[in-house]
Design a protein. Structure first.
Length: 363
C-alpha cells in the first residue's frame, strides 16, 4: 500500500545482491464491475491505491509498454494472442531514457503519447499518486480519460487479460491459463521467475563477486532443469502454449543479444543449447511471439540505459539473429500451439516492429 512505500529504496541491494522491488499499484481490471462504473474497493479493503477494482471496458484503458522490457513484453504477447487490440490500445515508449524513466521522445509527434497527451510515463503515475516514490515501470495500464495509472502489476495484468476480458477477446483466443494447469504453471514459475527471469538481472546488477557467483549458479541450474523438462515436451506445461511459455520466452529471446554479454550470463548462448534453441525458435516462429520483438530497441535500452555496467554505452552489432528462422523440428514432440484455439492473424502494420529490428520482417 502506498503509505508503506515512501522512502523505500527501489531494487535495494543487500550484501551486493540485486533485490527487485516487487510492490505495485495493484488495482485490477475485472469483469465483475459493470462497464461505465467508477472503480470500487476490493472486498474487505478500505479502497486505497492498490485496492481498487475497475471494469473491463473497451476503449477505457491504454497499455503502456516498451519493446525492450521483458515484463512489458509479456503483456504485449498476451494482448496479441488474446486478440485484445481493439479492447485497449498500445503505447510504446522510446527505448532509452534518463533517470525520470520512460518517455516518448522520437516515437510520437512532439514527444507526446497521442492518446494520453503526456510526454512521460511518470505523468500517468503522478496523476494517480503525487510524488510516486517507486520505479516508474512498464508495463502499466492507464485510464485514458483520467490519464492515470490503474495498475502496474505485470503478472496479475496478464492473468486478467486472459480471464477477465473474455467477451472482448477474439474468436479462437487460446486458454493460456487453464484452471486444471494453474498449479503446474505457477510451480514452474516458482523456478523460472526468481532464477531465470529475474535471475539474469541478479547476475547483471550484482554488486559483489559472491552475489554474482550465486546468481549465475542458480540461473544455470534452473536453465538445466528447464532444458531437461523441454527435452520431451514441446511446451512447459500441458500440450499447448500457456503463460508459462510466454514468461520464459521473454527472457530466452533476449538472452544471446543482451544477457549473455551485458549481464555476464555467459556459460553458453541459448543457440548453443539444442533443446532450448529449438524451443526458442519454435516460439519465435509462432504468431504473437517473434512478431512482437524489436532487437534494435532491446539492445539500445540495455546497453545505453544501464551506463553503470556499460559506461561507454556502446551497443554491440551482433549476434546474427537469422538462425531464429531455421527449422526447429519440435512438432514431433506432439501438442499444438493453441490447443482448441487458433493462431492470431498477422500483426497490424502500425504495431509491426521495423524490418531492421527483426529477422521475421527483414525479407
Ligand atoms: N516492476 C516490475 C517489472 C517491471 C520493470 O521492472 N520494468 C522496467 C523495465 S524492464 C522498468 O520500467 N524500469 C524503469 C525504472 O525502474 O525506472 C518488477 O520489478 O517486478
Amino acid at each position: 500500500m502506498i503509505d508503506d512505500w515512501a522512502g523505500e529504496p527501489k531494487n535495494a541491494s543487500k550484501d551486493g545482491e540485486f533485490v527487485r522491488d516487487a510492490s505495485y499499484i495493484g488495482d485490477r481490471i475485472v469483469a465483475a464491475v459493470p462497464a461505465g462504473s467508477a472503480p470500487r474497493p476490493m472486498p474487505g479493503t478500505s479502497g486505497r491505491v492498490g485496492e481498487m477494482l475497475w471494469p473491463t471496458e473497451p476503449g477505457r484503458y491504454r497499455l503502456m509498454a516498451a519493446r525492450a522490457c521483458p515484463w512489458a513484453h509479456r503483456a504485449i504477447i498476451v494482448r496479441r494472442l488474446m486478440g485484445l487490440e481493439n479492447a485497449f490500445s498500445l503505447s510504446l515508449a522510446a527505448p532509452t531514457h534518463d533517470v525520470r524513466s520512460w518517455d516518448y521522445d522520437g516515437v510520437y509527434p512532439g514527444g507526446m503519447d497521442p492518446v494520453l497527451k503526456i510526454p512521460r510515463l511518470q505523468d500517468a503515475y503522478f496523476a494517480r499518486v503525487p510524488d510516486y516514490p517507486k520505479g516508474i515501470t512498464v508495463p502499466a495500464m492507464a485510464e485514458v480519460a483520467s490519464r492515470q495509472v490503474v495498475t502496474n502489476d505485470f503478472n496479475q495484468m496478464t492473468i486478467d487479460f486472459v480471464r477477465e476480458w473474455g467477451p472482448h477477446q477474439r474468436p479462437g483466443a487460446p486458454d493460456l491459463y487453464p484452471d486444471e494447469l494453474v498449479d503446474e504453471i505457477e510451480e514452474v514459475d516458482d523456478l523460472v521467475y526468481p532464477k531465470i527471469n529475474n535471475g539474469v538481472y541478479r547476475c547483471g546488477f550484482a554488486g559483489s563477486q559472491e552475489a554474482y557467483d550465486k546468481a549465475y549458479r542458480e540461473l544455470w541450474a534452473a536453465l538445466d532443469v528447464i532444458t531437461e523438462r523441454l527435452e520431451t515436451r514441446r511446451y512447459l506445461v500441458g500440450d499447448h502454449i500457456t503463460l508459462a511459455d510466454i514468461r520464459l520466452f521473454t527472457t530466452l529471446v533476449r538472452f544471446d543479444a543482451v544477457y549473455h554479454g551485458h549481464f555476464k550470463c555467459n556459460r553458453s548462448k541459448i543457440s548453443e543449447i539444442p533443446v532450448l534453441w529449438g524451443y526458442l525458435r519454435d516460439l519465435f516462429q509462432t504468431p504473437g511471439f517473434g512478431d512482437t520483438v524489436d532487437f534494435v530497441q532491446t539492445k539500445q535500452h540495455y546497453y545505453i540505459v544501464h551506463a553503470e555496467i556499460n559506461p561507454t554505452r556502446i551497443v554491440p552489432q551482433g549476434p546474427d539473429l537469422t538462425g531464429l528462422l531455421t527449422e526447429h523440428g519440435r512438432e514431433s514432440l506432439g501438442g499444438t500451439p493453441f490447443g482448441d484455439g487458433t493462431a492470431p492473424g498477422p500483426v497490424s502494420a502500425d504495431e509491426r516492429p521495423p524490418a531492421a529490428s527483426n529477422p521475421l520482417f527483414a525479407a
